[in-house]
Structures are given as structure tokens and as C-alpha cells.
Design a protein around this ligand. Structure first.
Ligand code: ADP
Ligand code: MG
Length: 668
């Protein structure tokens, strides 16, 4: 550090002799005197050499020593350089003060003593060095102060940003509909947001410090430990894991789970953070939707089966009727044939039920008060349901009108009650409740066919054996039964399902093994009366015989054959066709002769409807009876079928067909 630096001393005097003798006196190593004979010279030396001391003669001829001292002080480069005044005159106080005022630090009177001079120079140099080093320190301190100021303002900025982000996190957490949590390394809660209480019921204070696995089902504990181990030890971020947590009241709730390691500034894992999204309702709706879709598919399937079945029954009934015509009235066989007819009628009843399920059977809708219907049925139930089952009606006073088929409502209550009876062999309680509820958009979205608005809610609750999830999944399917020994057909609930859908309603069931069962049926409230369903206007006709020509069209050979025989027996001339194409060809050739067409709708190839359309093009006034195995859809009814006034539903009674044929033929 102690680098030897050349120091200059500036000697200022007009008198060159004086200057030289002063110079001669200064013999200090490292110190070099500079001689200035005038003020200008002195100032120029100051600028070029920055002397450490200035010796200034006061009594100069051209220069005023005081004024020069003042200039030296004003100069930035020399304002701290010690100035020593030299005078030939003895020291007088006013001079001394003036000298000090102008910046001198010392005063010497000639003749000068070398020793005194040297010691003064040494002292002044020390002073100068100290001043210099203080100046340096001051500059360094200034710089440091500046840096601190910058750092302080940066710190303040960071702090404000931190405060803001903390505030943002807080409001995010406090307002999030999903649960946000942080866990310590041991899996205990360090933070949960208010959504935890809203969704799971426990207050926040009772959660903090507890372990995550304290809130899950026992069987799931291992799965959750693995989940958090992967996050903590494997430093993984996991998403979209489905898991269950338990509500304070004990019921499970389903969550979409995500988690990530919580890392500090140094990159160490200090815990875990994550999100829990409650998907219980969403999941429920999805299951309902799937079930509804499955039932739709089953309905279509059942409708198809019922159609084929009706053709078979039609053939059986037709032939049985023919048999009855051919055998003697008092023959033993009459009773047996009647049994065949009876059995086929029971079969027809079964297909009617299937069609109800597939929503293809006709319901006779009318504005009804469901409470009155229920009261009426309860009287019947009194006889059907054993006394050890207590039936409690809880019917709202303010029930609203629904558009429903009373006989089908009766069927619903009957089937529900019979099921409840079977579920309570040792007695119990069946509650039948009605109320009016409003269903909103989100509820209706999950239930196809349901529209938002007021609904009458019919709830049937029993205290019976209940069902497990396996049964719950299938119970509305036709032929699904858990009852053995032919006790159940498995049709009860599928029929209820069909009726409810037919009425624009919705049904759901909740049940647990041993905990009873609850069925809820929603029926839309009627805002406006619907026009009564169209029915065929039949007139009683005594004589069904005729001699006209009838074209009978059906793809089922047995149906065709029995129909042909029946009508032939009653005097008609018959033409038959087994498809729309055949019928059309025949009609083109013989339409002059043909008086009446009996036309089946569902046939392969062009089918009945297209055939009908072509026939009507040739003769729009052609007399036609349409036979069908199922109710026509709305779009079907809007086509050529809208021109048809007479429909006969399969399986039909022979006399129905004969009477209808006669009625049309006699009409002009
Ligand atoms: P079935 O009564 O002929 O078996 P359903 O369609 O009426 O057919 O019912 C189907 C199944 O649903 C029944 O076999 C039974 O397992 C179950 N079930 C229906 N209602 C109840 C109820 N109230 N309590 C318990 N189980 C029921
Ligand atoms: Mg049943």
C-alpha cells in the first residue's frame, strides 16, 4: 500500500532569490519544490501538478497574497491544500485573522528556520495525506450510500410485488370453487382453502395439522400414500387422478385430484401442493345419462321384438278364428280353440306391455289430478297388500294438473306397491308422497326428454330389503328380475320406465342393501290442455259379408294366408301381395277391379308407406285400411299416412277387420 509517490510543494514569491533560498532549505526525500514567481504561474502549477502544500509570500509586489489564497481556495483542485503564509513582518493579529479567513493554515515569519520549516512541511504533508484519504473514503462512502439507496428501492419494489402476489394467491384460494391444499413433507395439512369446508363439511381449523389420509376410506389409504410418495420423493406432478374423500357426515365424495411438489427457493421439496375438484354430481349425471341411453336402445330393441311377435299372434288368432268358423258349434274343440285364442290374447297383453316400455303403445292422455288417482288406487291396494305393510299417503294439498293416462298411472303405483310388498316380506312401511318441484336446466340436461319447469314429483319409499349397486344398474331393463320361482317377470319397472318416458317424465331410484328403497318420478305439470288423441270412428255393422275385391298386403305369409281365408269365407274376392313392390305391380294391372286394400306398414323393400304413396298417386280416393304392429311416429304420421282414416292394430280380432272393411266399402 505504501507506494512512494512524488509530492510537490509550491513556493510562491516575486523575489527569485527568496524562492531559491526557500527551495534550498527544503530537502526532504520524495518532496519536490516548484517555484512560481507570480500568481498566474502559481495557478498554472496548481492545475498541472496538484501540490501538497503551498508556501505563499504575503508581501509580493505585483500580487496580493490574500487574493491569491482566495483563488486557490476557490479552485476545486486545491481547495483543501494547506496554505502557509510567509511574511517578513512580525505577526499581527488582524493579518493573522485575514490569512485564516482566506484559507491559510499556518503562518511563518522570515528569516525561516530550516528545522521548523521541515517539521511544518512534514505536518502539512500529513495533513494533506489525511485529507486526501478522508476524501477518498468520503467518495467511497458516497458510492456505498448510493448503492444502498438503489438496493433499498429495489427491496421495496420486491416487497410490494411479493405483497401483491401473496394477496392474489389469497384471493384465488379464498374464492376458488375447488379445494386447494398444501401439505408438509409428512403429509399433514399446512393449508386448505374455504372450499374444503363447503365441499367436505369440516371446518378449516380442524383439518390443519391432520393427515390427508385421515379423510379417505381405509381401503384407499395405500393408494393415497403412493400418490403423495411419487410427488414428494419422485418430484412428479400428477393430474387427473380420481379418488374419494369422506364428507364430515360420512358420505363419500368423488374428486379429480392433482398434486405437485412444493419447492423452496433453493430447489428443496418442502411439501406438496394441489387441487381437488369435486366431480360427484358430474359422475352421477354421467351414469344417469348412460343408463338413459341404454334404456333407449333397449326400448328400440323391445319395440322390434314386439312387432314380430304381433305378427305371430295375428296368425294364431286368425287361424283360431277360422277354426271356430269351420267346426260345429257344439263340438268339444270349440273350448280348446277358445283357449288358443285366450292364450294369444295374453300374449298380446305381454307385447302391449313391451310396447309401453319401448314407448310405442298409445296412451290416452288427459288432464288429471294425480292425487285423486292415487287415492283411488290405494283403495284397491288395501285388498292386494298384506295388513302388516303400512301404507302412508302424503299428498300435497297444492298438487298441479298433469297430462297423463289414468290407467297407466294406476299401473305405475300398482307395480311400485307390488315390488315394495315383495321387498318387505315381514312387513314395513310404504310412503307415497306427492309434491310440486321446479326442475332447472342443469337437472334436465342429464335426463333426455325432460324440459325445465314445474313438475309433480311422486316419491314411493319403502323400508324393505333395498338393493345393491348391481341390481340398481339393471332394474329398469325388461325381464331383469332377482325373484326366483317365477315370482317375477322383470317387466314391472321396465313398464313404469316406458310409461314415465311416454309422459315426458323422468324416473330415478336410490337404494342400499338393507336400507330401503326410494323411487322418484317426475311428471311435467300441464300448462295447456292437449287435443284428445285421434280414435277410429267405428260404427256397429251387423252384416260383415261382401262380394267386393280386396287386395291383402303383408310380408308375413301366415298373416297373409289367414287374412285371405277369413275374407274369402265372408264372400270377398282376394288378391294378395307379399311386398310393397308386388302390391304396386298388382295394383297397376288391376286397380279397376280392386275395391279395398288392406296394407301392412312394416315390410322389407320399399315398405308400406312408399307403396301407399304410389297407390295414392294413381288413385287418391282409393279405400285403404292400414295394419300396424306399433304406434306410428310423428314423422310417419305427417307423410302419406295423414290421408288414411282407418288403422287396425295387430293383433286384431277378426270381427274388427271385417267390420272395418264393411264400413269403408259402404262409404261412398
Ligand atoms: P320383478 O318385480 O318382476 O322382478 P321389476 O322390474 O318390477 O321386476 O323389478 C326388477 C327388480 O328390481 C326386482 O326383481 C328387484 O330385485 C328389484 N326391485 C324392484 N323394486 C324393489 C324394491 N322396492 N325393493 C327392492 N328391490 C326392488
Ligand atoms: Mg315387479
Amino acid at each position: 500500500m505504501n507506494k512512494l509517490k512524488t509530492l510537490h510543494i509550491l513556493l510562491v514569491d516575486n523575489d527569485l532569490n527568496n524562492l531559491s533560498s526557500l527551495e534550498a532549505m527544503i530537502q526532504i526525500p520524495g518532496i519536490y519544490p516548484l517555484k512560481a514567481g507570480s500568481g498566474e504561474e502559481a495557478l498554472s502549477f496548481i492545475n498541472s501538478h496538484e501540490p501538497a502544500i503551498i508556501f505563499l509570500d504575503l508581501q509580493m509586489k505585483k500580487t496580493d497574497g490574500y487574493a491569491l489564497a482566495e483563488k486557490i481556495r476557490d479552485n476545486k483542485k486545491s481547495h483543501r491544500v494547506p496554505i502557509v503564509f510567509i511574511s517578513t513582518l512580525p505577526v499581527r493579529r488582524p493579518f493573522l485573522f485575514r490569512g485564516h479567513e482566506n484559507g491559510s493554515v499556518d503562518y511563518m515569519v522570515k528569516p525561516l528556520d530550516k528545522t521548523v520549516l521541515t517539521s511544518k512541511i512534514n505536518f502539512c504533508i500529513d495533513l494533506w495525506k489525511t485529507t486526501k484519504s478522508l476524501e477518498k473514503k468520503k467518495t467511497a462512502l458516497h458510492k456505498a450510500l448510493e448503492n444502498i439507496k438503489v438496493e433499498m428501492s429495489e427491496h421495496r419494489r420486491t416487497e410490494a410485488a411479493l405483497r401483491e402476489s401473496r394477496q392474489q394467491f389469497k384471493s384465488l384460494g379464498e374464492n376458488s370453487p375447488d379445494i386447494i391444499y398444501t401439505l408438509g413433507l409428512d403429509g399433514s395439512f399446512a393449508y386448505v382453502n374455504p372450499a374444503w369446508k363447503k365441499i367436505l363439511g369440516h371446518p378449516r381449523e380442524s383439518v390443519l395439522g391432520k393427515y390427508f389420509v385421515d379423510f379417505v376410506e381405509k381401503d384407499d389409504v395405500k393408494q393415497y400414500r403412493d400418490f403423495f410418495r411419487q410427488i414428494r420423493d419422485g418430484k412428479k406432478t400428477l393430474r387427473d387422478v380420481t379418488g374419494t374423500l369422506i364428507h364430515k357426515k360420512g358420505s363419500p365424495r368423488l374428486f379429480n385430484l392433482s398434486g405437485a411438489p412444493n419447492v423452496n427457493g433453493k430447489g428443496d421439496v418442502i411439501g406438496m401442493v394441489g387441487l381437488l375438484k369435486d366431480i360427484t354430481e358430474q359422475q352421477k349425471l354421467q351414469v344417469q345419462l348412460l343408463r338413459a341411453q341404454k334404456m333407449e336402445a333397449l326400448g328400440t330393441l323391445a319395440g322390434g321384438i314386439a312387432h314380430d311377435f304381433n305378427n305371430l299372434l295375428q296368425a294364431i288368432q286368425g287361424y283360431a278364428d277360422l277354426l271356430l268358423l269351420s267346426i260345429e258349434e257344439n263340438s268339444e274343440a270349440v273350448e280348446e280353440v277358445k283357449e288358443i285364442k285366450h292364450a294369444s290374447q295374453r300374449g298380446a297383453e305381454l307385447t302391449r306391455q313391451l310396447l309401453t316400455f319401448s314407448r310405442k303403445a298409445k296412451s290416452r292422455l288427459q288432464a288429471i289430478n294425480i292425487n285423486s288417482e292415487i287415492k283411488h288406487i290405494l283403495k284397491l291396494l288395501d285388498r292386494t297388500i298384506p295388513k302388516m305393510i303400512d301404507i302412508e299417503p302424503r299428498l300435497t294439498e297444492d298438487v298441479r294438473i298433469v297430462n297423463a293416462d289414468p290407467s297407466q298411472i294406476e299401473q305405475i303405483i300398482m307395480n311400485l306397491a307390488v315390488n315394495a310388498r315383495d321387498a318387505m316380506p315381514d312387513g314395513g312401511k310404504l310412503t307415497i308422497k306427492t309434491e310440486v318441484v321446479f326442475l332447472d336446466n342443469s337437472f334436465c340436461n342429464a335426463c333426455p326428454g325432460l324440459l325445465p319447469g314445474d313438475h309433480v314429483l311422486l316419491t314411493a319409499t319403502d323400508t324393505g330389503c333395498g338393493m345393491d349397486s348391481q341390481v340398481l344398474e339393471h332394474l329398469f331393463e325388461p325381464f331383469y328380475t332377482t325373484k326366483t320361482n317365477g315370482k317375477g317377470t322383470g317387466l314391472g319397472l321396465s313398464i313404469i320406465y316406458g310409461i314415465v318416458k311416454n309422459h315426458g317424465g323422468h324416473i330415478e331410484c336410490s337404494s342400499r342393501t338393507g336400507k330401503g328403497t326410494e323411487f322418484k318420478i317426475y311428471l311435467p305439470v300441464l300448462e295447456q290442455k292437449l287435443p284428445a288423441a285421434r280414435s277410429v270412428n267405428k260404427k256397429e255393422i251387423a252384416a260383415s259379408k261382401g262380394n267386393e275385391t280386396v287386395m291383402f298386403v303383408d310380408d308375413d305369409s301366415q298373416v297373409r294366408h289367414s287374412g285371405e281365408q277369413l275374407l274369402t269365407r265372408y264372400g270377398y274376392k282376394m288378391l294378395t301381395a307379399s311386398s310393397g313392390e308386388n302390391a304396386l305391380e298388382l295394383y297397376r294391372q288391376k286397380h279397376e277391379e280392386i275395391d279395398l286394400i288392406i296394407l301392412d306398414l312394416i315390410m322389407p323393400g320399399m315398405g308400406g308407406i312408399n307403396c301407399l304413396e304410389e297407390i295414392l298417386k294413381i288413385n287418391p280416393r282409393e279405400k285403404i285400411i292400414v295394419t300396424t304392429g306399433h304406434e306410428c311416429s310423428k314423422s310417419e304420421k305427417e307423410g302419406p299416412l295423414s290421408k288414411i282414416t282407418h288403422f287396425i292394430h295387430k293383433p286384431y280380432e277378426s270381427h274388427d277387420l271385417l267390420q272395418t272393411a264393411r264400413f269403408i266399402l259402404d262409404r261412398s
